[in-house]
Design a protein around this ligand. Sequence first.
Ligand code: NAD
Ligand code: GLY
Length: 363
Amino acid sequence: MDIVQVVLPNGSYKIYIGTGTLEKLGEYLPFEKKTRLFVITNDRVGPLYGNKLVESLQEYGYKTLYHQVPDGEEYKSFATAEELFTCAIKGGLDRGSAVIALGGGVIGDLAGFVAATYMRGIPLIQVPTTLLAQVDSSVGGKVAVNHPLGKNMIGSFYQPRLVFIDLQVLKTLDPREVRSGLAEVIKYGVIQDRGFFNFLEEHLAGIKALDLELLSAVVKKSCSIKGRIVEEDEKERGLRSLLNFGHTIGHALEVITDYRVYRHGEAVSMGMVAAAEIAVGRGLLAKEEAERLVMLLENAGLPTVIPFGADEIIPLLSRDKKAQEGRPRFVLLLGLGKAALFDDVGEAEIREAIEKCCKKGER
Ligand code: NAD
Ligand code: GLY
Protein backbone atom coordinates (compact mmCIF):
# COMPACT_ATOMS: atom_id res chain seq x y z
CA MET A 1 0.00 0.00 0.00
CA ASP A 2 1.25 3.51 -0.77
CA ILE A 3 1.29 6.03 2.04
CA VAL A 4 1.16 9.82 1.86
CA GLN A 5 1.74 11.55 5.19
CA VAL A 6 0.14 14.88 6.13
CA VAL A 7 2.13 16.50 8.92
CA LEU A 8 0.26 19.05 11.04
CA PRO A 9 1.00 20.50 14.47
CA ASN A 10 -2.28 19.31 15.96
CA GLY A 11 -2.31 15.82 14.53
CA SER A 12 -0.53 14.27 11.58
CA TYR A 13 -2.17 11.52 9.59
CA LYS A 14 -1.56 8.98 6.87
CA ILE A 15 -3.36 8.57 3.57
CA TYR A 16 -3.25 4.89 2.59
CA ILE A 17 -3.71 4.18 -1.11
CA GLY A 18 -4.31 0.61 -2.24
CA THR A 19 -6.36 -1.59 -4.55
CA GLY A 20 -8.95 -4.05 -3.25
CA THR A 21 -8.07 -3.07 0.31
CA LEU A 22 -11.42 -1.86 1.68
CA GLU A 23 -11.92 -4.90 3.90
CA LYS A 24 -8.48 -4.44 5.46
CA LEU A 25 -9.33 -1.07 6.99
CA GLY A 26 -9.62 -2.65 10.47
CA GLU A 27 -5.92 -3.56 10.35
CA TYR A 28 -4.93 0.10 10.00
CA LEU A 29 -7.25 1.79 12.48
CA PRO A 30 -5.46 3.53 15.35
CA PHE A 31 -8.05 2.36 17.91
CA GLU A 32 -8.35 -0.35 20.51
CA LYS A 33 -10.45 -3.36 19.58
CA LYS A 34 -14.06 -3.08 20.82
CA THR A 35 -14.06 0.65 19.97
CA ARG A 36 -17.49 1.58 18.64
CA LEU A 37 -17.33 2.73 15.02
CA PHE A 38 -20.16 4.69 13.43
CA VAL A 39 -20.12 3.91 9.71
CA ILE A 40 -21.97 6.62 7.78
CA THR A 41 -22.75 6.13 4.10
CA ASN A 42 -25.59 6.65 1.62
CA ASP A 43 -28.12 4.43 -0.10
CA ARG A 44 -26.04 4.19 -3.27
CA VAL A 45 -22.66 3.34 -1.75
CA GLY A 46 -24.08 1.36 1.19
CA PRO A 47 -25.47 -1.55 -0.84
CA LEU A 48 -22.19 -1.76 -2.79
CA TYR A 49 -19.66 -1.56 0.04
CA GLY A 50 -21.36 -0.93 3.40
CA ASN A 51 -21.98 -4.52 4.44
CA LYS A 52 -18.55 -5.66 3.35
CA LEU A 53 -16.89 -2.94 5.38
CA VAL A 54 -19.01 -3.43 8.49
CA GLU A 55 -18.55 -7.22 8.49
CA SER A 56 -14.80 -6.86 8.09
CA LEU A 57 -14.60 -4.34 10.94
CA GLN A 58 -16.53 -6.72 13.17
CA GLU A 59 -14.13 -9.50 12.26
CA TYR A 60 -11.30 -7.28 13.48
CA GLY A 61 -13.14 -7.04 16.81
CA TYR A 62 -14.72 -3.59 16.47
CA LYS A 63 -18.28 -2.80 17.46
CA THR A 64 -20.21 -1.07 14.71
CA LEU A 65 -23.17 1.21 14.26
CA TYR A 66 -24.29 1.69 10.65
CA HIS A 67 -26.47 4.34 9.05
CA GLN A 68 -27.34 5.12 5.43
CA VAL A 69 -28.65 8.54 4.44
CA PRO A 70 -30.30 9.21 1.08
CA ASP A 71 -27.93 9.91 -1.83
CA GLY A 72 -27.60 13.54 -2.92
CA GLU A 73 -26.15 16.96 -2.18
CA GLU A 74 -29.50 18.10 -0.72
CA TYR A 75 -28.94 15.68 2.18
CA LYS A 76 -25.71 17.44 3.21
CA SER A 77 -27.91 19.34 5.61
CA PHE A 78 -28.60 20.14 9.26
CA ALA A 79 -31.63 17.85 9.08
CA THR A 80 -29.52 14.87 8.04
CA ALA A 81 -26.84 15.74 10.59
CA GLU A 82 -29.55 15.77 13.27
CA GLU A 83 -30.75 12.35 12.11
CA LEU A 84 -27.16 11.10 12.47
CA PHE A 85 -26.74 12.66 15.94
CA THR A 86 -29.95 10.93 17.05
CA CYS A 87 -28.68 7.64 15.70
CA ALA A 88 -25.34 8.15 17.47
CA ILE A 89 -26.96 8.96 20.84
CA LYS A 90 -29.41 6.06 20.61
CA GLY A 91 -26.57 3.76 19.53
CA GLY A 92 -24.55 4.65 22.63
CA LEU A 93 -21.68 6.42 20.86
CA ASP A 94 -19.40 8.05 23.39
CA ARG A 95 -16.20 10.08 23.33
CA GLY A 96 -14.16 6.94 22.80
CA SER A 97 -16.07 6.13 19.59
CA ALA A 98 -15.19 7.16 16.04
CA VAL A 99 -16.93 8.03 12.78
CA ILE A 100 -16.15 6.32 9.48
CA ALA A 101 -17.22 8.29 6.39
CA LEU A 102 -17.78 5.83 3.53
CA GLY A 103 -18.70 7.67 0.34
CA GLY A 104 -18.03 10.63 -1.92
CA GLY A 105 -17.51 14.24 -0.92
CA VAL A 106 -21.08 14.66 0.28
CA ILE A 107 -20.74 11.88 2.85
CA GLY A 108 -17.19 12.94 3.75
CA ASP A 109 -18.27 16.52 4.48
CA LEU A 110 -21.47 15.51 6.30
CA ALA A 111 -20.00 12.68 8.39
CA GLY A 112 -16.98 14.91 9.04
CA PHE A 113 -19.28 17.63 10.36
CA VAL A 114 -20.98 15.08 12.62
CA ALA A 115 -17.60 13.81 13.89
CA ALA A 116 -16.37 17.36 14.49
CA THR A 117 -19.36 18.33 16.60
CA TYR A 118 -20.68 15.16 18.30
CA MET A 119 -19.68 15.47 21.97
CA ARG A 120 -17.35 18.31 20.87
CA GLY A 121 -15.53 16.04 18.47
CA ILE A 122 -14.74 12.36 18.05
CA PRO A 123 -12.15 10.83 15.68
CA LEU A 124 -12.92 10.78 11.96
CA ILE A 125 -11.77 8.23 9.40
CA GLN A 126 -12.29 9.12 5.75
CA VAL A 127 -12.94 6.25 3.33
CA PRO A 128 -13.50 8.19 0.08
CA THR A 129 -15.20 6.34 -2.78
CA THR A 130 -15.30 8.90 -5.62
CA LEU A 131 -12.25 10.16 -7.49
CA LEU A 132 -13.06 13.70 -6.35
CA ALA A 133 -13.18 12.60 -2.72
CA GLN A 134 -9.99 10.53 -3.04
CA VAL A 135 -7.95 13.37 -4.54
CA ASP A 136 -9.53 16.33 -2.79
CA SER A 137 -12.34 16.39 -0.25
CA SER A 138 -11.13 13.61 2.09
CA VAL A 139 -7.78 15.35 2.58
CA GLY A 140 -7.33 18.64 4.39
CA GLY A 141 -10.08 18.66 6.99
CA LYS A 142 -12.78 20.88 5.49
CA VAL A 143 -16.10 19.54 6.82
CA ALA A 144 -19.48 21.20 6.38
CA VAL A 145 -23.19 21.07 5.80
CA ASN A 146 -25.11 23.35 3.46
CA HIS A 147 -27.46 26.11 4.60
CA PRO A 148 -30.50 27.03 2.49
CA LEU A 149 -28.76 30.40 1.89
CA GLY A 150 -25.41 28.97 0.83
CA LYS A 151 -23.36 25.87 0.15
CA ASN A 152 -20.83 24.68 2.77
CA MET A 153 -21.78 27.66 4.94
CA ILE A 154 -21.70 25.84 8.27
CA GLY A 155 -18.59 23.86 9.02
CA SER A 156 -15.13 23.64 10.40
CA PHE A 157 -11.57 22.55 9.80
CA TYR A 158 -11.44 19.08 11.34
CA GLN A 159 -8.67 16.79 10.18
CA PRO A 160 -9.27 13.04 9.87
CA ARG A 161 -7.22 10.51 11.87
CA LEU A 162 -6.54 8.68 8.63
CA VAL A 163 -7.70 8.52 5.03
CA PHE A 164 -8.12 5.04 3.56
CA ILE A 165 -8.35 4.88 -0.24
CA ASP A 166 -9.29 1.74 -2.16
CA LEU A 167 -8.94 2.50 -5.88
CA GLN A 168 -10.94 -0.59 -6.81
CA VAL A 169 -14.19 1.08 -5.70
CA LEU A 170 -13.84 3.61 -8.53
CA LYS A 171 -14.82 0.82 -10.93
CA THR A 172 -18.50 1.20 -9.97
CA LEU A 173 -18.44 4.99 -10.32
CA ASP A 174 -20.46 6.65 -13.07
CA PRO A 175 -18.02 7.85 -15.81
CA ARG A 176 -19.37 11.38 -15.41
CA GLU A 177 -18.22 11.33 -11.77
CA VAL A 178 -14.78 10.13 -12.87
CA ARG A 179 -14.54 13.08 -15.26
CA SER A 180 -15.63 15.47 -12.50
CA GLY A 181 -12.80 14.19 -10.28
CA LEU A 182 -10.35 14.51 -13.17
CA ALA A 183 -10.99 18.26 -13.28
CA GLU A 184 -9.52 18.58 -9.77
CA VAL A 185 -6.60 16.32 -10.73
CA ILE A 186 -5.84 18.52 -13.76
CA LYS A 187 -6.10 21.53 -11.46
CA TYR A 188 -3.26 20.20 -9.28
CA GLY A 189 -0.98 19.83 -12.29
CA VAL A 190 -1.76 23.21 -13.69
CA ILE A 191 -1.34 25.17 -10.43
CA GLN A 192 1.59 23.31 -8.89
CA ASP A 193 3.37 20.73 -11.01
CA ARG A 194 4.14 21.03 -14.68
CA GLY A 195 5.63 17.52 -14.79
CA PHE A 196 2.34 16.13 -13.48
CA PHE A 197 0.45 18.12 -16.12
CA ASN A 198 2.65 16.54 -18.82
CA PHE A 199 2.04 13.10 -17.28
CA LEU A 200 -1.72 13.66 -17.44
CA GLU A 201 -1.51 14.69 -21.09
CA GLU A 202 0.47 11.57 -21.90
CA HIS A 203 -1.63 9.05 -19.97
CA LEU A 204 -5.12 10.50 -20.10
CA ALA A 205 -6.66 7.63 -22.09
CA GLY A 206 -5.45 5.04 -19.58
CA ILE A 207 -6.53 7.14 -16.63
CA LYS A 208 -10.02 7.55 -18.10
CA ALA A 209 -10.17 3.80 -18.63
CA LEU A 210 -9.41 3.44 -14.89
CA ASP A 211 -6.09 1.65 -15.35
CA LEU A 212 -5.31 0.92 -11.72
CA GLU A 213 -1.57 1.51 -11.95
CA LEU A 214 -2.10 4.93 -13.52
CA LEU A 215 -4.88 5.76 -11.07
CA SER A 216 -2.60 4.89 -8.21
CA ALA A 217 0.05 7.31 -9.51
CA VAL A 218 -2.57 10.02 -10.09
CA VAL A 219 -4.21 9.72 -6.67
CA LYS A 220 -0.86 9.54 -4.89
CA LYS A 221 0.47 12.63 -6.64
CA SER A 222 -2.78 14.56 -6.10
CA CYS A 223 -2.87 13.69 -2.39
CA SER A 224 0.80 14.67 -2.05
CA ILE A 225 0.22 18.06 -3.69
CA LYS A 226 -2.87 18.74 -1.59
CA GLY A 227 -1.20 17.43 1.56
CA ARG A 228 1.83 19.73 1.12
CA ILE A 229 -0.43 22.74 0.59
CA VAL A 230 -2.51 21.90 3.67
CA GLU A 231 0.67 21.41 5.73
CA GLU A 232 1.79 24.92 4.84
CA ASP A 233 -1.58 26.64 5.17
CA GLU A 234 -4.12 24.50 7.00
CA LYS A 235 -6.67 27.28 7.56
CA GLU A 236 -6.50 28.85 4.08
CA ARG A 237 -4.81 32.11 4.95
CA GLY A 238 -2.85 32.19 1.68
CA LEU A 239 -1.31 29.26 -0.22
CA ARG A 240 -4.36 26.99 0.17
CA SER A 241 -6.42 29.54 -1.79
CA LEU A 242 -4.58 28.35 -4.90
CA LEU A 243 -6.75 25.24 -4.71
CA ASN A 244 -9.60 27.53 -5.72
CA PHE A 245 -8.24 27.85 -9.27
CA GLY A 246 -11.27 27.80 -11.57
CA HIS A 247 -13.64 28.03 -8.64
CA THR A 248 -14.53 31.76 -8.84
CA ILE A 249 -16.43 31.49 -12.11
CA GLY A 250 -17.09 27.76 -11.59
CA HIS A 251 -18.98 28.52 -8.42
CA ALA A 252 -21.02 31.24 -10.18
CA LEU A 253 -22.01 28.68 -12.82
CA GLU A 254 -23.16 26.28 -10.09
CA VAL A 255 -25.22 29.05 -8.48
CA ILE A 256 -26.82 30.17 -11.78
CA THR A 257 -27.93 26.60 -12.41
CA ASP A 258 -28.99 26.02 -8.79
CA TYR A 259 -26.41 23.20 -8.48
CA ARG A 260 -28.62 21.02 -10.68
CA VAL A 261 -26.90 21.04 -14.06
CA TYR A 262 -23.18 20.61 -13.52
CA ARG A 263 -21.09 18.30 -11.44
CA HIS A 264 -18.61 20.37 -9.41
CA GLY A 265 -15.65 19.40 -11.61
CA GLU A 266 -17.54 20.37 -14.76
CA ALA A 267 -18.20 23.87 -13.42
CA VAL A 268 -14.57 24.14 -12.29
CA SER A 269 -13.42 23.06 -15.76
CA MET A 270 -15.20 26.02 -17.39
CA GLY A 271 -13.98 28.26 -14.58
CA MET A 272 -10.37 27.19 -15.22
CA VAL A 273 -10.70 28.03 -18.90
CA ALA A 274 -12.08 31.50 -18.08
CA ALA A 275 -9.34 32.13 -15.51
CA ALA A 276 -6.74 31.04 -18.06
CA GLU A 277 -8.20 33.58 -20.53
CA ILE A 278 -7.84 36.33 -17.91
CA ALA A 279 -4.19 35.36 -17.40
CA VAL A 280 -3.57 35.36 -21.16
CA GLY A 281 -5.20 38.80 -21.36
CA ARG A 282 -2.80 40.07 -18.68
CA GLY A 283 0.21 38.59 -20.41
CA LEU A 284 0.85 36.21 -17.49
CA LEU A 285 0.23 33.03 -19.46
CA ALA A 286 1.20 32.14 -23.02
CA LYS A 287 -1.76 31.51 -25.33
CA GLU A 288 -0.31 28.12 -26.31
CA GLU A 289 -0.22 27.05 -22.66
CA ALA A 290 -3.85 28.06 -22.15
CA GLU A 291 -4.69 26.03 -25.25
CA ARG A 292 -2.92 22.99 -23.80
CA LEU A 293 -5.08 23.29 -20.70
CA VAL A 294 -8.26 23.57 -22.78
CA MET A 295 -7.21 20.57 -24.87
CA LEU A 296 -6.52 18.42 -21.80
CA LEU A 297 -9.90 19.31 -20.27
CA GLU A 298 -11.69 18.58 -23.55
CA ASN A 299 -9.89 15.26 -23.94
CA ALA A 300 -10.94 14.42 -20.40
CA GLY A 301 -14.55 14.93 -21.54
CA LEU A 302 -15.05 18.12 -19.53
CA PRO A 303 -16.93 21.23 -20.74
CA THR A 304 -14.79 24.21 -21.75
CA VAL A 305 -17.38 26.50 -23.38
CA ILE A 306 -19.45 28.66 -21.06
CA PRO A 307 -23.11 28.75 -22.04
CA PHE A 308 -23.93 31.86 -19.95
CA GLY A 309 -23.12 35.49 -20.63
CA ALA A 310 -20.97 37.87 -18.61
CA ASP A 311 -24.08 39.78 -17.47
CA GLU A 312 -25.38 36.68 -15.75
CA ILE A 313 -22.05 35.64 -14.22
CA ILE A 314 -20.40 38.89 -13.08
CA PRO A 315 -23.03 39.98 -10.50
CA LEU A 316 -22.56 36.66 -8.69
CA LEU A 317 -18.80 37.00 -8.32
CA SER A 318 -18.88 39.67 -5.63
CA ARG A 319 -21.25 37.53 -3.57
CA ASP A 320 -18.87 34.57 -3.60
CA LYS A 321 -17.85 33.34 -0.13
CA LYS A 322 -14.21 33.94 -1.05
CA ALA A 323 -14.69 37.50 -2.29
CA GLN A 324 -13.17 40.20 -0.08
CA GLU A 325 -15.19 43.37 0.49
CA GLY A 326 -17.20 42.52 -2.61
CA ARG A 327 -14.07 42.17 -4.79
CA PRO A 328 -13.80 38.77 -6.46
CA ARG A 329 -10.51 36.96 -6.03
CA PHE A 330 -9.00 34.97 -8.86
CA VAL A 331 -6.25 32.40 -8.92
CA LEU A 332 -4.36 33.08 -12.15
CA LEU A 333 -1.74 30.98 -13.90
CA LEU A 334 1.77 32.32 -14.29
CA GLY A 335 2.56 29.46 -16.65
CA LEU A 336 1.70 25.76 -16.54
CA GLY A 337 2.51 24.56 -13.01
CA LYS A 338 2.53 27.95 -11.32
CA ALA A 339 -0.27 30.12 -9.96
CA ALA A 340 -0.91 33.10 -7.70
CA LEU A 341 -3.88 34.81 -6.08
CA PHE A 342 -5.09 38.18 -7.43
CA ASP A 343 -7.71 40.53 -6.02
CA ASP A 344 -7.34 43.30 -8.60
CA VAL A 345 -9.03 41.69 -11.60
CA GLY A 346 -11.34 44.28 -13.13
CA GLU A 347 -14.80 43.78 -14.53
CA ALA A 348 -13.73 44.55 -18.10
CA GLU A 349 -11.07 41.81 -18.02
CA ILE A 350 -13.54 39.30 -16.61
CA ARG A 351 -16.13 40.25 -19.21
CA GLU A 352 -13.68 39.86 -22.08
CA ALA A 353 -12.51 36.47 -20.81
CA ILE A 354 -16.05 35.15 -20.37
CA GLU A 355 -17.04 36.36 -23.81
CA LYS A 356 -14.08 34.52 -25.33
CA CYS A 357 -15.12 31.34 -23.50
CA CYS A 358 -18.70 31.69 -24.75
CA LYS A 359 -17.63 32.31 -28.32
CA LYS A 360 -15.48 29.20 -28.47
CA GLY A 361 -18.72 27.31 -29.01
CA GLU A 362 -19.27 29.18 -32.29
CA ARG A 363 -16.02 27.97 -33.88
P1 NAD B 1 -21.00 12.74 -4.22
O1 NAD B 1 -20.53 12.48 -2.87
O2 NAD B 1 -22.39 13.21 -4.42
O3 NAD B 1 -20.80 11.41 -5.10
C1 NAD B 1 -21.20 11.40 -6.44
C2 NAD B 1 -22.14 10.22 -6.74
O4 NAD B 1 -21.39 9.01 -6.77
C3 NAD B 1 -23.21 10.02 -5.69
O5 NAD B 1 -24.39 9.60 -6.32
C4 NAD B 1 -22.63 8.89 -4.85
O6 NAD B 1 -23.60 8.16 -4.15
C5 NAD B 1 -21.97 8.04 -5.90
N1 NAD B 1 -20.88 7.19 -5.46
C6 NAD B 1 -19.91 7.48 -4.56
N2 NAD B 1 -18.98 6.50 -4.56
C7 NAD B 1 -19.38 5.57 -5.44
C8 NAD B 1 -18.83 4.35 -5.90
N3 NAD B 1 -17.64 3.90 -5.50
N4 NAD B 1 -19.52 3.64 -6.82
C9 NAD B 1 -20.71 4.12 -7.29
N5 NAD B 1 -21.26 5.27 -6.94
C10 NAD B 1 -20.60 5.99 -6.02
O7 NAD B 1 -20.09 13.79 -5.00
P2 NAD B 1 -18.53 14.11 -4.94
O8 NAD B 1 -18.24 14.72 -6.25
O9 NAD B 1 -17.73 12.96 -4.47
O10 NAD B 1 -18.43 15.24 -3.81
C11 NAD B 1 -19.06 16.49 -3.95
C12 NAD B 1 -19.15 17.11 -2.59
O11 NAD B 1 -17.84 17.29 -2.07
C13 NAD B 1 -19.80 18.48 -2.56
O12 NAD B 1 -20.70 18.54 -1.48
C14 NAD B 1 -18.64 19.45 -2.32
O13 NAD B 1 -19.03 20.59 -1.61
C15 NAD B 1 -17.72 18.58 -1.50
N6 NAD B 1 -16.30 18.96 -1.58
C16 NAD B 1 -15.64 19.12 -0.42
C17 NAD B 1 -14.30 19.44 -0.43
C18 NAD B 1 -13.55 19.55 0.85
O14 NAD B 1 -12.39 19.97 0.84
N7 NAD B 1 -14.14 19.15 1.96
C19 NAD B 1 -13.62 19.61 -1.65
C20 NAD B 1 -14.33 19.43 -2.83
C21 NAD B 1 -15.68 19.11 -2.79
N1 GLY C 1 -11.05 21.84 -1.88
C1 GLY C 1 -10.33 23.01 -1.51
C2 GLY C 1 -9.66 22.90 -0.20
O1 GLY C 1 -9.67 21.87 0.42
O2 GLY C 1 -9.11 23.85 0.26
